[in-house]
Design a protein around this ligand. Sequence first.
Ligand code: XUL
Ligand code: MN
Length: 344
Amino acid sequence: MAGTFRFSFGPWNIHEGADPFGPEVRKSIPFNQKLAAYKKLGFDGVQFHDDDAVPDMNELSQKEIIREAEALKKTLDNHGLTAEFVAPRLWFDPRTIDGGYTSNCAKCREYAIERSKRTIDIARALGTRNIVLWLAREGTYIREAKDPVLAAERIAEALQTMLDYDRNIRIMIESKPNEPMDHTYIPTIGHAIAMGLMTNAPERVGCLIETAHALLANLSPSDEMGFALAHKKLWSVHLNDQNSLKFDQDLTFGAVDPRRALNQVRVLDKHDYGSSGEWVGLDVKVMRTQKDGTCMKHLEYSRKIFLKLLEISRSLDDSKINQLVAERDYEELNFYILNAMLKG
Ligand code: XUL
Ligand code: MN
């Protein structure tokens, strides 16, 4: 019997529509109202940045942070929701202007590490062992600004400090090649997996693959997923879509290239993604043009599209595919897949 999937997203996926060229266009939806929407939209898991869970955490002591996170855990329980992961937001603070773990300033690096430890405290209180690192500013605008060898060593040292701080956590690195930086130090999933090997607990370092981030590196998201699955390192995903090489668009899953989306669903399904508790996470932006009251459809529809593609993938006749592969009739295979999608 084929597996079933459970879905998650982060509260930042329901937002007010500001972009670099204009202000908010929708009213803020209070956090509790967002939580109340999860189940209705078909989601059971919540992804958190540390300060989504504990706002203004830099103003609070470690004890206060843990107390707030424990209160949130009760709220999640009341909603029947599970925390999937917590990620340190290391890109907003003035101390992380030039990076966190790779900053050239020792005091700023220290801040990044301390903040990451608080993220782990929050994760523990929320009942998850998963820490996601999207290393937003660990890179450069000009190459001469940092030493790339030292940068890799500093990221490894930060990972090690986190792994030692709590021997139960595991770290999922979310690679992205650019934005906000010109180049980042962990642009692809191969880099993410290799970073784990620089620690003494590589079995607790895996990855999260985001569709758009793979596309920004001009790579195939389903092949990236396949590579990580072969290494047993695919511990989460951020499904979305992207219309060519530009800023990170976070479009509704499958909106640009449904076949590319089908192949992501297919590789996950065929290789039992989810059977060890992995979530199907979405990281999708609301179109700026959506009005108040219709700003959650991108989540509902991304999930529906995933399930429709799953149905199509499972309807494909594997013996027919194997036969066409054996005959090397890829033109026929191409038509078979497209025909199934266009009927679907
Ligand atoms: C940024 C991105 C983030 C991470 C979580 O491109 O995808 O939302 O997923 O920090
Ligand atoms: Mn993401």
